[in-house]
Structure formats: C-alpha cells, structure tokens
Write a protein that binds this ligand. Structure first.
Ligand code: HEC
Ligand code: HEC
Length: 95
C-alpha cells in the first residue's frame, strides 16, 4: 500500500534510513516504526517524532536496560533509537 506513493526501490536501497532493508527483510512492517496517519501535536517534537516515527507498542517495547522507548532525530539520515524489538535490544543505537 505504501509503495503506491513511496518508491519501493528507494526504500529497499536504503537511500534514507540506512537499515530500512535490514528491518524489512525480517518482515517488520512499516507501521512498527511509522505512524502514517500522523502524530498528535501534544506528542510530537522536533527531535523525537520527525519522519512520522511513532513506534507501535504492540510490536516494540522499552529497552530493558534504560527503561526507555525513544527515537531522537540527530540530523539528515541520522538518528538514535532506544527500544527492544525483534529480539534485539537497541540501547542508544546510532544510525
Ligand atoms: C497517497 C499517497 C501516499 C501513500 C499511499 C502513503 N504516503 Fe507517505 N507520504 C505521502 C506524501 C505526499 C508525503 C509528504 C512528502 C514530503 O513531505 O516530502 C508522505 C510522507 C511520509 C513520511 C514522512 C517523510 C519524512 O521524512 O518526513 C513517511 C515516513 C511516510 N510518508 C510513510 C508512509 C507509510 C509507512 C505509508 C503506508 C502505510 C505511506 N507513507 C503511504 C504520500 C503517501
Ligand atoms: C525499523 C524502523 C523502520 C521501518 C520498519 C520502516 N522505516 Fe521508514 N524510516 C525509518 C527511519 C528511522 C526514517 C528516518 C530516516 C532519517 O531521515 O533519519 C525513515 C524514513 C522513511 C521515509 C522518509 C525518507 C524517504 O525515504 O523518503 C519514508 C517515505 C519511509 N521511511 C517509508 C517507509 C515504508 C514505506 C516502510 C515499509 C515498507 C518503512 N519506511 C519501514 C524507520 C523505519
């Protein structure tokens, strides 16, 4: 559905998020990370909800070490993820 408008080629060749393909190959849905309907202004901020990132908590949980569930935008195609998902812990994982 998303590829009706967004380029499948571009997403799968990691032109923006450098590990799109790595995640999609594990059958993780777009909605695990993106909220395509947008994010409430009360929840959004310049640093933590850009690119429609809003982790789906039925799939993604807090990082057990830090107890945090967080995305931080640190610039163009750069960010930091803290959460636990697909059996992998991301404790301040930088991309
Ligand atoms: C009808 C066309 C259409 C469909 C279908 C669509 N999008 Fe979008 N999407 C857009 C447009 C237009 C923008 C705004 C692009 C811009 O600002 O440059 C956008 C923006 C985005 C962004 C933000 C880009 C950024 O970096 O700020 C993300 C993420 C996104 N869409 C994900 C999705 C996902 C996931 C789906 C499937 C559930 C989806 N889109 C389906 C048209 C669509
Ligand atoms: C594991 C989390 C994750 C998954 C799954 C994921 N994305 Fe993303 N996506 C990101 C992140 C993080 C960014 C922001 C990259 C940046 O600009 O720093 C992003 C950026 C984007 C953008 C904006 C930049 C661009 O390439 O135009 C679009 C559109 C997008 N994703 C669409 C999708 C679609 C469609 C899917 C499913 C097929 C998907 N994403 C799956 C994490 C994810």
């Amino acid at each position: 559905m998303c590829y009706a408008c967004h380029s499948r080629n571009s997403i799968l060749s990691d032109e923006s998020f450098p590990t799109h393909r790595l995640h999609l190959d594990q059958r993780i849905p777009c909605s695990a990370c993106h909220d395509a309907h947008g994010i409430s202004s009360a929840q959004g901020s310049r640093n933590n909800h850009t690119h429609l990132i809003n982790f789906d908590t039925s799939i993604v949980s807090r990082d057990p070490g830090t107890e945090r569930l967080e995305f931080v935008d640190t610039g163009v195609f750069q960010g930091i993820c803290t959460m636990s998902c697909h059996g992998t812990q991301h404790s301040g994982q930088v991309y």
